[in-house]
Design a protein around this ligand. Structure first.
Ligand code: SAH
Length: 244
């Protein structure tokens, strides 16, 4: 069944008017008519059935029915990723959403050579992936900040940071295992196509909250590294441990 993210509060009997892109998708593309049912979620109230009660090309109206699932938040996991080429970054956003991150922090590092960023477009990609993947929330995509600034603002509540270090280090799984069963926030850091600068690596390794780890003997592209690291984290500490 079609799932849509909407910002509206969701409760039985509430009317919802999707935005114009969503209306076009529902009515012109998916050919829904009055009486069709879809699912709605808003990141707060769980997932609800909704019935189309008005189906105009430019305006659709839905009426919220019964709740299907109670809200469940994603694990407190941030993917921090240096800007890379647009297509690769879009893949990273989509896959990180499927793999259950709570937020994506875009970063500028010394060797970052991509300067495009359309955060609204990346957020739309995250929303679409969340709709498709059955999540009850949408990860937030945060405006790019400089790596050094991001580290400066680290505090107690920020938890731990797994740095994926292409120059080598202890295996990732072994570094995560001692933290099993604790519900700390975690971030995973992936560098740009040019890798980290040696000074950046020195600083990262010196931070008490950092575990710099290896993802094996091969150099991975940033998108592959992100998928591999998120999968390891989910299997060691996240919701794959309890998945049904
Ligand atoms: N140009 C660099 C590779 C950068 S790959 C070089 O040739 O060395 C982009 C990012 O993916 C890296 O900064 C790192 O965060 C991650 N990555 C790639 N392969 C990795 C590996 N084997 N172990 C840990 N991290 C890796």
């Amino acid at each position: 069944m079609i799932r849509l993210f909407v910002p509206d509060a969701l409760a039985a009997g509430a009317p919802v008017v999707p935005d114009s892109d969503q209306c076009r998708y529902l009515i012109a593309v998916m050919r829904l008519a009055v009486g069709s049912e879809i699912l709605l979620f808003n990141g707060r109230d769980g997932e609800w059935r909704a019935t189309v009660v008005e189906a105009d090309k430019r305006r659709a109206r839905l009426l919220v029915g019964a709740r299907q699932r109670a809200h469940a938040a994603s694990p407190d996991l941030t993917l921090a990723v240096a800007l890379v080429k647009r297509a690769r970054l879009e893949t990273i956003i989509e896959k990180a959403t499927e793999l259950g991150v709570a937020r994506i922090q875009l970063l500028i590092t010394r060797r970052t050579n991509a300067d495009h960023t359309n955060v609204a477009r990346l957020q739309a990609i995250a929303t679409e992936a969340a709709e498709q993947t059955g999540r009850l929330d949408v990860p937030v995509v945060l405006e790019p900040v400089k790596l050094a600034r991001w580290l400066d603002s680290w505090n107690q509540e920020a938890g731990r940071l797994m740095v994926c270090d292409e120059t080598g280090g202890p295996p990732a799984l072994g570094a995560l295992a001692p933290h099993a069963g604790k519900t700390l926030p975690w971030s995973i850091l992936i560098g740009p196509e040019g890798g980290f600068d040696p000074e950046e690596l020195d600083r990262l390794r010196a931070e008490p909250f950092v575990a710099a780890v290896s993802l094996g003997p091969r150099i991975l592209r940033a998108d592959t590294a992100a998928i591999a690291a998120l999968s390891l984290w989910q299997a060691a500490l996240g919701d794959w441990v309890t998945a049904s």
